[in-house]
Design a protein around this ligand. Structure first.
Ligand SMILES: *Cc1c(COP(=O)(O)O)cnc(C)c1O
Length: 408
């Protein structure tokens, strides 16, 4: 990276529940009370140091927002070429559904093929800065792949635990990219327990979702990038496939920071958390008016990335949904499959199942009048569709027999 050395504007870390302040520049997991920590900045100083025009002149990608990121020293950046992901319109489906504008933020273009790269390039860069030598994580696949890749890049040891039914391609990429991989006969929260319990004995840093403060800072760049791409405007509604909720929490934080800097106005998108009906703890808590979600029993869905029965940042997700006037919605796997096929066939865009779930949710929400026909909506496709098992297709053609070309 060729940008000049600059100070960053981090002032401290803050317990997301109690507001307790903790010093930056040392390794942290949860707050003393057991809640996620959020990074706080001197946003007035950041706004004096850089303007939107200067940002626009920098190379694309999340590092252009460095004044709003926690890394202090440029030489600690661990990068695999993080691109700005495109907003791809779905004009044909918008016409068919009678909606106004459907934009897909296609995060599958990032290194390791998913938006987990945003969070993990930040977490691993910070780990390098703080002198951490070994990182461990529970994962449903994509986060582990990103951790493995960035750790190898940084020369940090990575140990990854995943449910034993994690998609084979995810397990292969994790191992190939240099992590030590363990398949656990349980779900992601069972894997998380092993990581937490092993901390002292194994000497690894717990990199679980929201149990360290920097993945959310990487993920918040989705919100900054989105606003910049829309001319420093926010869309009317964002549909986000929600597992641990890092991205939703991060974007919500980003919008507040951008407003404090004077880069966007007071308008906020309505935030919609999309879950699978086989694992929908946030949807249930939202419907019941609760601030915390109960652990979901017997979680199952083909959308592995959102098979998260327990989210430690549940209250942050639910707060954002409510403050934004949004909601939480659950989608059946059959509807997700149909959505995936529909978007691929009609628009030529192959989504991951989690991304397809957001389209299925939008369709239903539009039909039920929960979103308006003139709303500009953004759907998050969080990973490349190419990472997922696909159906067998194609008809056999015998080249040794006469071929009726006109009928093909
Ligand atoms: C991790 C993941 C999600 C969920 O993201 P969170 O920000 O942790 O809620 C959704 N889709 C895919 C493909 C993922 O890998």
């Amino acid at each position: 990276m060729h940008f000049p050395e600059r100070p960053t504007f981090v002032t401290h870390l803050e317990c997301a529940m109690t507001g307790e302040r903790l010093p930056a520049d040392q390794p942290h997991n949860l707050s003393p009370k057991g809640y996620p920590l959020l990074v706080r900045y001197d946003l007035a100083a950041a706004a004096r140091a850089v303007g939107r025009d200067e940002i626009a002149a920098r190379p694309p990608g999340l590092w252009r927002y460095r004044e709003l990121l926690p890394l202090r020293r440029v030489e600690n950046i661990v990068s695999l070429g993080e691109v700005a992901t495109p907003l791809v319109e779905l004009p044909r489906l918008a016409r068919k559904l009678g909606g106004a504008e459907i934009l897909v933020k296609d995060e599958g273009r990032l290194p390791t093929g998913s938006f987990k790269a945003r969070g993990l390039c930040m977490a691993v860069s910070m780990a390098k800065e703080l002198g951490i030598a070994k990182m461990a994580m529970p994962t449903n696949g994509n986060a582990g792949a990103a951790l493995a890749a960035y750790c190898s890049r940084a020369g940090i040891e990575a140990v990854v635990f995943c449910p034993d039914d994690t998609p084979a391609i995810n397990m292969a990429e994790i191992a190939l990219q240099g992590a030590r991989l363990y398949r656990v006969n349980g779900l992601i929260n069972d894997c998380g327990r092993i990581v937490g319990e092993g901390k002292a004995a194994a000497g690894w840093f717990d990199t679980s979702t929201l149990k360290e403060p920097y993945r959310v800072e990487g993920k918040k760049t989705m919100g900054i990038e989105l606003a910049e791409q829309l001319g420093w405007e926010v869309p009317d509604v964002i549909f986000y496939p929600t597992g641990g909720g890092t991205g939703l929490i991060g974007m919500w934080k980003a919008f507040a920071e951008l407003e404090a800097m004077g880069w966007i106005g007071g308008k906020r998108p309505r935030m919609v958390a999309v879950q699978a009906s086989g694992c929908a703890p946030i949807v249930k808590a939202f419907a019941e008016g609760k601030r915390h979600a109960e652990p979901w029993q017997n979680a199952h869905t083909l959308a592995a990335g959102i098979r998260v029965p327990v989210a430690i940042g549940d209250f942050l997700i639910l707060d954002a949904l409510r403050e934004s006037g949004g909601f939480a919605i659950a989608v059946e796997d059959a509807d997700t499959k149909a959505a995936l096929a529909e978007v691929a066939r009609e628009e030529g865009l192959l989504l991951c199942p989690e991304g397809a779930a957001t389209y299925a949710a939008y369709r239903r929400a539009l039909a039920e009048g929960r979103v308006g026909r003139t709303d500009r909506v953004v759907l998050f496709n969080c990973a490349t569709g190419l990472k997922y098992p696909m159906p067998a297709v194609g008809q056999a053609l015998d080249r040794f027999k006469p071929i009726d070309h006109a009928s093909l």
